[in-house]
Design a protein around this ligand. Structure first.
Ligand SMILES: NC(=O)c1ccc[n+]([C@@H]2O[C@H](COP(=O)([O-])OP(=O)(O)OC[C@H]3O[C@@H](n4cnc5c(N)ncnc54)[C@H](OP(=O)(O)O)[C@@H]3O)[C@@H](O)[C@H]2O)c1
Length: 285
């Protein structure tokens, strides 16, 4: 009996963790955070989640699914909401159909941003964009066996994100124009990946969890911090959301906080920024 306790999966078998969207920024961070497990990291080329998984893709039993595959083009979703739903809703249902414990990721964009104080799990969602609506329906599609983690303003050392865009623009220009009337929590993918492991390893209850960086700022304030920490002298010209004329509305205030006493707490976004820059420097060596 004692042996069964020490080794719940049996005979020295490591936990088998399937990651969808493994080519994305969070997928990349999760591969690192779960490196001690037996990880099956599937990119879009390995499994297009708009289609049900086939046995040859999954290759045997799975103990945990980390579902990061998503349509994340917020403006593109306005032009093709059905395409976005095929990934964010049907794709999540297909991940749930694997019938293993599931972690799926959702967004601060399920809120309209009018509350003016931090959003907690019991606040009613009211998405104002097609992307937000598909992510909200995706939460429902995840089912009862899922941890649904809402997070915000993700950045990491790989993929397309605001930090990497600012580093590129900062190296090319003396000044960049950045929106200063949206407030949120820029969250380092590496910190979120560690918190995901904490949530799963502690076997905290399934359901909705808000997990985002501590602190809050506007995109312009985040850009200024990026330039400062990276040693760039680029100026930030503060502009309004309206000036950008983007197709999708964004919430003006989408700070996420958890009202759950046992929720994993993330470091301040500035610490996330420093950790990400350190990772980028290491990768460049
Ligand atoms: N980025 C943010 O600011 C943010 C904020 C809040 C929540 N989230 C959520 O966090 C999760 C991870 O986001 P992320 O920032 O890591 O996104 P990401 O970097 O855009 O990665 C998403 C991955 O999903 C893949 N993908 C797209 N369509 C697919 C399909 N049909 N089948 C399989 N894979 C597909 C993409 O592949 P391709 O590269 O080939 O397109 C990409 O590798 C998502 O659920 C997202 O909605 C993100």
């Amino acid at each position: 009996m004692e042996l069964e306790h020490a080794d719940p999966l049996g005979a020295g078998r490591r936990r088998r963790v399937l990651i969808t969207g493994a080519g994305g920024q969070l997928g990349h961070a999760l591969r690192q955070a779960f490196a001690a497990d037996d990880v099956l990291a599937l990119t879009r080329a390995d499994w297009d989640v708009t289609q049900p998984a086939s046995v040859d893709r999954v290759q045997g039993d799975v103990d945990l699914v980390l579902h990061t595959a998503a349509w994340t083009d917020v403006d593109g979703a306005e032009a093709d909401p059905q395409g976005a739903a095929a990934v964010n809703v049907a794709g999540t249902a297909h991940a749930a159909a694997l019938r293993a414990p599931l972690v799926t990721y959702s967004t601060d964009y399920v809120f309209d941003g009018r509350k003016g104080s931090p959003y907690v799990e019991s606040d009613g969602p009211s998405p104002s964009s097609a992307y937000g609506r598909t992510k909200l329906h995706g939460e429902a599609a995840a089912g009862m066996r899922a941890w649904v983690i809402r997070t915000s303003w993700l950045f990491g050392s790989t993929g397309h994100n605001f930090l990497r865009t600012m580093l590129r623009l900062g190296a090319e220009r003396d000044e960049v124009a950045v929106v200063d009337d949206q407030r949120g929590c820029p969250t380092f993918a590496g910190h979120l990946a560690e918190a995901t492991r904490e949530l799963v390893d502690a076997d905290l209850p399934k359901g909705l969890w808000h997990i985002a960086a501590d602190g809050e700022c506007t995109w312009a304030e985040f850009a200024e911090a990026i330039f400062e920490e990276a040693g760039l002298h680029t100026r930030v010209r503060r502009i309004s959301t309206a000036e950008l004329e983007r197709p999708a509305p964004r919430p003006a205030y989408s700070v996420l906080r958890s009202e759950r006493a046992d929720a994993p707490r993330l470091p301040h976004w500035r610490e996330g920024l420093r950790a990400c820059l350190a990772e980028l420097r290491r990768d460049a060596l």
